[in-house]
Write a protein that binds this ligand. Structure first.
Ligand code: ZN
Length: 80
């Protein structure tokens, strides 16, 4: 499994159970209730997919705060 990066810092991880512990230990105070429920409910690949989805949403929020729409990201915006 390729190494991935924590959504909130430069921590690298490769096992879903490790990132769950890391998120709760280091970032609990900034996590929303919805996100906490999401990472508690998801296991294994489902947790990886949940985090990937979360990262896309954060990325889009950052993008959307700037009035910058391109044909590349238009499809993602519609899917939300
Ligand atoms: Zn982190």
């Amino acid at each position: 499994m390729p190494r991935r990066q924590c959504p909130f810092c430069y921590h690298q991880w490769s096992r879903p159970e490790k990132i769950r512990v890391h998120l709760l230990d280091y970032h609990r105070e900034v996590l929303s209730d919805e996100f906490l429920q999401g990472i508690h409910a998801a296991r294994g690949q489902a947790l990886v997919a949940y985090l990937d989805d979360y990262q896309v949403r954060v990325l889009l929020q950052n993008v959307l705060s700037i009035p910058l729409f391109t044909s590349e990201n238009a499809g993602y915006v519609v899917q939300l």
